[in-house]
Design a protein around this ligand. Structure first.
Ligand code: GDP
Ligand code: MG
Length: 598
């Protein structure tokens, strides 16, 4: 089709408001998904995306739509993740679009991520169509959703399209709105070739695949291209689109989104945000790229069976081919042996990576509690960045400690203000603003230490607001804080992998609560296990796990052999994710006890 008939857009929304389901319906109504493809959220391809019902990677898909007036339009849709950890995926996708569908759940209304995404779209100068979804729900309140879109987002909601991505109601009207209200790309197919890399990943058969938006010119096989950031040159082997399966096309023109396969062996050579030009073209300015992703949360990852160290290293090598947002380097722990320290975008990202490592690479792992990057100024004035509590220096040699802050925006119905403010204060938050967005909805702005947010803040926010509060945040500055290292000792031995950093004023309560939690997590053993918490040389709390009295098999003594075997098997299974530290077996749960404190 001609350029006037191309529409390139993405769907943005708060998590769970129905982006992926809406993408399914659009594909179905344009004939891309048949009856047999009716798995929900088609674009969530990874097993883990399906099970958790969340989108992790942005996906692009091309559809053809015949409008009511008979014109055939080409629609390039990008589905994006909604969780804060993956925000950088959203900003990349927006750079590749001319318009967005802003989806708002009719029963939930506008939430924190809705606003954050709208701001990104407005910054990128994109046309926005408000879409009110889930109108089939009995609790749907379209008028309220409209009012919130007008009052909180500041968009004209009279144009909003009401749909049910579940039943398909309103989808035809939405498709018409897309071709009517969203602009065609302004790109020039005759200009010099310039393309923006939206994503790149490793494919076992094809090598690196780059998802690009061509901003100017026309790309086709056999052209020699140059990747500006790395200054590497490659010949294009193939161009194509996802519809939704990969389909080879002889060219990609300005304004189009599609894939590019060159003979690239390493994803770092196809950097997200980089600009691709023709190797023969002279110097030109790169397209405005994206912010480099920053790892915010760090944790040690160790094989429970030390023989799996080499396997873990290979798995990390392969996994990071696909997900360049994880960093890793070797780490040694007195307690856990050889492993790696990984950097993640956030907690959800951390969980997902651990799960993928275990599942896709068949590993059995222990991850330590997450930590942030602290900045430590020593007495001699030297500055050190420490992302591992076990490496935190003793108080004697510290002149100043600084920790990263976030600016959190919390949206909530006013009924929950009390408990939410209390939670923020307990987490050392400093209130910066409290605004009524509507007569009943409030936006609270808090400066909070990232280290506190990392320790289960999100779950607690949800539970103290019955799920109604939502959070979005930006990274803030480093601030000075009175932090100490809290050590845990198991039968008198310090377990380095259990150390954590906490504010001095909270250290006593944290230490006490942790000992209690640990006691629940560590199974009874043949002997008594003492758990102690200490700051420096001072013991601040202690609990004891009593010795096991009964032999588990005694019960079935003389009894039926298959039952006995089953019991042994069950025990063996329960052994997974247990690590022997000294002579005490410590399960994974104990390493994350800090995340479970209330
Ligand atoms: P995303 O996180 O924005 O991609 O949301 P999903 O598309 O994964 O949808 C979240 C949940 O809402 C899923 O359980 C969907 O089945 C459900 N859902 C999506 N759209 C609708 C709708 O129009 N009506 C109803 N009743 N449920 C919907
Ligand atoms: Mg999704």
């Amino acid at each position: 089709p001609v350029r006037e008939h191309i529409r390139s857009f993405c769907i943005i929304a708060h998590i769970d408001h129905g982006k992926s389901t809406l993408a399914d319906r659009l594909m179905e109504h344009t004939g891309l998904l048949g009856e047999r493809d009716k798995t929900a959220q088609y674009l969530d391809r990874m097993d883990i995306e399906r099970e958790r019902g969340i989108t992790i990677k942005a996906q692009a898909v091309r559809m053809n739509y015949e409008a009511d007036d008979g014109t055939v339009y080409q629609l390039d849709l990008i589905d994006t993740p909604g969780h804060v950890d993956f925000n950088y995926e959203v900003s990349r996708s927006l750079a590749a679009c001319d318009g967005v569908l802003l989806v708002v759940d009719a029963a939930q209304g506008v939430e924190a991520q809705t606003l954050a995404n709208v701001y990104l779209a407005l910054d990128a100068d994109l046309e926005i169509i408000p879409v009110i979804n889930k109108i089939d729900l009995p609790s749907a309140d379209v008028d309220n959703a409209k009012a919130e879109i007008e009052e909180m987002v500041g968009l004209d909601a009279s144009q909003a399209i009401c749909v049910s991505a579940k039943t398909g109601q309103g989808i035809d009207e939405l498709l018409e709105a897309i071709v009517t209200y969203l602009p065609a790309p302004k790109a020039d197919p005759e200009g010099p070739v310039k393309a923006l890399i939206i994503d790149s990943w490793w494919d076992n058969y094809r090598g690196v695949i780059s998802l690009v938006r061509v901003m100017s010119g026309t790309m086709r096989a056999k052209q020699e291209v140059r990747f500006m950031a790395t200054d590497k040159r490659y010949d294009i082997l193939e161009t194509g689109v996802f519809a939704p399966e990969p389909r080879k096309l002889d060219k990609l023109e300005a304004g189009e989104v599609g894939f590019l396969i060159c003979n690239i062996k390493d994803v770092v050579d196809s950097k997200v945000g980089d600009t691709i030009v023709l190797a023969s073209d002279g110097e030109s300015d790169p397209l405005p790229g994206f912010q480099e992703v920053q790892q915010m949360v760090f944790a040690g990852v160790f094989p429970t069976d030390s023989n799996q160290y080499a396997d873990l290293r290979d798995a990390l090598g392969k996994l990071t081919l696909n997900d360049a947002s994880v960093t890793w380097e070797p780490e040694t722990s007195d307690a856990l042996g050889f492993g790696f320290r990984l950097g993640f975008l956030g907690l959800l990202h951390m969980e997902i990576i651990q799960e993928r490592l275990e599942r896709e690479y068949n590993l059995d792992l222990i991850t330590t509690a997450p930590s942030v990057k602290f900045r430590i100024t020593h007495n001699d004035g030297t500055v050190e960045i420490v992302d591992n509590p076990a490496r935190f220096p003793d108080t004697g040699d510290i002149q100043m400690i600084e920790e990263p802050m976030i600016i959190g925006r919390i949206q909530l119905p006013e009924d929950y203000l009390g408990p939410v403010i209390k939670l923020c204060q307990e987490r050392r938050g400093i209130q910066q603003d409290l605004t009524y967005m509507t007569t009943t909805r409030v936006q609270l702005t808090y400066e909070l230490p990232l280290a506190e947010v990392v320790f289960g803040f999100y779950d607690q926010l949800k539970s103290c607001s019955r799920g109604y509060a939502s959070l979005d945040y930006d990274h803030g500055e480093y601030r000075r804080a009175n932090l100490v290292r809290l050590d845990l000792m198991v039968n008198g031995e310090k377990v380095d992998a259990l150390s954590l950093i906490t504010h001095k004023d909270n250290s006593f309560f944290r230490g006490r609560d942790l000992c209690v939690k640990m006691k629940e997590e560590i199974p009874r053993q043949q002997f008594e296990v003492a758990i102690q918490a200490a700051v420096g040389s001072r013991i601040i709390a202690r609990t004891t796990v009593k010795a096991l009295r009964k032999n588990v098999l005694a019960k079935c003594y003389g009894g039926d052999a298959s039952r006995k075997r089953k019991l042994l098997e069950k025990q063996k299974k329960g052994k997974k994710r247990l690590k022997a530290v000294g002579n005490v077996e410590i399960p994974q749960g104990a390493f994350h006890a800090i995340l479970k404190l209330d």
